[in-house]
Design a protein around this ligand. Structure first.
Ligand SMILES: [Zn+2]
Length: 119
């Protein structure tokens, strides 16, 4: 959990890092970062998802598999703990990978079952 409001670094203070666009490495680009916690801003072209989007997927999983209320609660807690909704630092791919890791672990279902619901 980051719990940080994220203050962006000034235009002169940036870190040069690899930049990805449409899944391809496009060389180095200056990345702004948070001066409070040090998290580097994600510059991916794909906008990150909201927690609501992932909660809908969990509801959909509940229609297809046996999902107990406590498991839904555990997944929500885990998403919060790992700051899945931190749009500052997470890109969509990182969010999806993390979501798949959490749901497959807690629900004991194959990754494929989760991936097919992510559009
Ligand atoms: Zn921060």
């Amino acid at each position: 959990m980051s719990g940080c409001e994220h203050k962006i670094s000034g235009s002169r203070e940036k870190i040069w890092l690899p930049y990805y666009f449409e899944g391809r490495d496009r060389g180095l680009k200056p990345h702004p970062y948070c001066t409070e916690c040090g998290l580097i801003k994600n510059l991916s072209s794909e906008r990150p998802r909201s927690i609501g989007y992932f909660m809908n997927i969990i509801a959909e999983l509940g229609c297809r598999h046996k999902v107990a209320k406590i498991q839904t609660r555990l997944i929500a807690l885990e998403m919060e703990r790992q700051a899945l909704d931190d749009k500052f630092g997470m890109d969509r791919k990182q969010q999806e990978d993390l979501f798949v890791e959490i749901t497959t672990r807690i629900l004991n279902i194959p990754a494929r079952a989760v991936f097919e619901l992510l559009t």
